[in-house]
Design a protein around this ligand. Sequence first.
Ligand code: BGC
Ligand code: BGC
Length: 839
Amino acid sequence: MTGRWGPTRASLAAGLLAAASLVPIARAETPPPAAAATAAPGTARPELWPAYTYPVPARPEHEALIADLLARMTIEEKVGQLVQADLCCVTPDDVRRYKLGSILVGGNSGPGGDDLAPAPEWLKAADDFYLASVDRSDGGVGVPIVWGTDAVHGHSNIIGATIFPHNIGLGAMRDAALVERIGAITAKEIRVTGQEWTFAPTVAVPQDFRWGRAYEGYSSDPALVASYVGAMVRGLQGPPEGDNLLAGPYVIASTKHFLADGGTDGGVDQGDSSISEEALRDIHGLPYGPAIAEGVSTVMVSFSSWQGVKMTGNRSLVTGVLKERMDFGGFVVSDWNAHGQVAGCTNEACPQALMAGVDMYMAPDTWKPIYEDLLARARAGTVPMSRIDEAVARILRVKARLGLFTAGKPSDRPWSGQYDLLGAPEHRAVAREAVRKSLVLLKNGGVLPLAPGKRLLVAGDGADDIARQSGGWTLSWQGTGVDNSHFPGATSIWAGLKEAVEAGGGSAVLSPDGSFTDRPDAAVVVFGETPYAEFQGDRAALLLDPELTAPYATMAKLKAQGVPVVAVMITGRPLYVNPALNAADAFVVAWLPGSEGGGIADVLVGDAAGRPRHDFTGKLPAAWPRAAQMADGTLFPFGFGLDYRSPRAAWTPLPELDASALGGDARMWFAAGTPAARWSLMVAGREGEVETRITTLPAEALAGRVRVTAENHKVQEGARRFTVSGGTASVQLSNFDGLDLARETNGDVMLLVTMRVWDAPAEARIGAIGPQARGFTAVTLPATPGYVRYGLPLKCLRDKGADMTGLIRPFVLETEGRADYAIAEVRLGSDAEEVLPCR
Ligand code: BGC
Ligand code: BGC
């Protein structure tokens, strides 16, 4: 056992498991030291892991159906069951022809190519795919398809659905019964639009909050995560004995991501976890016990690796531990093209995943090559038919328990099309209760509760922004590109405060920068993180991005004016925020509360007599840092949280750091007209011409053909302007270390270039250059009256031949002829104002 995770943590976890009556039937034994020394890296020894019994009863009628189907299915039909395609890239006709087992809707996909499509279109699409799957006109067996979606905090891809706090906020509640009710509501709302499967709950146990997906986990504490998992699975699926789930208000769940998604070194998304097998089992493995004890139907494998071996190819863990030792009886699905990262695999071919124990390939845009490759190998006998049959049987068994074979088309099933259930008042009430219970009070100098009959000022850039309080995985993948108009029926934090204050006879004013004409009695300043999801949430330090710290000054200013200040922080993780903790009289962590911002006012605004209407009950689900790195110490420990009865303590001012020197956001290559650290700005011409590194301004390059000057954008000299008199010229960003963008390319990440064009070039190309290969695409950059943030999918550069694993010039803009344009910012992201087509 490693030092950081001593026996205290493990025995605490065991105690909690026992309390939840989920005692594993066999306890792990400590291995003899000799055995430990001989295990190959990345190879688990299943006998060290706890054994469980999958509680879903075997049903003779299902087994007979499965046996009959397996006997009649062609090899093509069997292989089809193993493949899941994304809505981006598949049609009902494809499903009819290839007999695919499943479809999914990724964060950026939706019916008819619209991820913001209205609810009825989702149900219509569900019918279309279902009917295609059961079409037996060609003599096939017609296995009904199952549709999976990331309903990770409510039915969060659907406009109008109830959006619950993200898991980190639920972790603060310490209320498993409420988690089960949330699961039940989520399942019911999913059923309205015809899907049957959610890729939830995430049971990650994040150990490093620099990881951008940390908020998808309930807590850094394995015992707390484990105490929730069973409740969420039960809420979604109903009890493990349940059969024919679609007859009830249920869907199937997926615990993800197996294993140690939250344990990667440095908190790098999809990275490697170099921990011991004991830590792997006791920290990250713990939540899988209760999931299996509740009969979870599917498990999604993690993108990440353990001791250098990608999980998706790790037979010892996926088959040895999960399926055999833990007796998991559902099916295993891989993550979004994760098979392509397994040693020896590509996105198009990876029998290794099947052989490791993956039953269904999530092959969003690669389903056809994956299908064809598996089929060819099955025909040639290089992947054994026995393994294919086993995988198909597992998938059919889950489909049978779900009731898919008898449920009929999605729109004929109970709850389908009952659109008033999306965001129904009784559902929102539960979400609001969760918001109340998840708030963590870190400081209260006596300003809370707020008196309702007075004058309240609500400031901060996050006060009236429902997308921001909902975070990533909300309507869009990264949670970007949506605003309050996409959340009908929802309540912003501002709207909730206003309602509560006015109900008590007072008044409230919204003023994002904190300025006022009538002096307020108190101010609430809402600030914090903006939405992010995979990749884009990773940070080098536990800091707010510099552009999000302006509210610190607002707080200080209000305080200097004698106005008592309550800071409300929207965040997916504990961060260094000492300036806000010092400046504000009270500090509340709201996490990512979702659509019911009114829950914040419920706790912050008291009754007419000045008494609280609801007390604070939330406790930190993870320790809060003292400085920008957790290694520098804890400010508030795991479990900390004040309430209205806490004795008032004097505040000792906390040290404030010069955060500008500490941060570093790897996605930002060029900002405010300046290259980031370890980047440089170059101007180059034709092959053989001398290139110039631009350091001071104004500058000239290519023998005077290009002139570089400063241009104002947002800030003084916030952009660089390039005036080209003619010929071939390019502006390039060069990276000293060589950049590996393979992971980002697999996702929907774009190269974002914020620029303004005065004189449009006759021809323009954007590209990326590696040591061996370059990839360029032609773009049209018309003259524009202002700055535009263009986005070019990284996939396009890859498709044009760039080697995305070692880019030395990750950004090149090349023009022909006269041109005049300025560039303010170059970074990775998904929030383009205009997406450039890949030509
Ligand atoms: C994520 C999963 C998600 C899947 C489908 C992956 O990139 O890691 O959590 O379920 O995409 O959107
Ligand atoms: C999808 C997400 C997925 C991600 C994988 C995106 O294109 O929309 O659902 O998780 O890619 O990296």
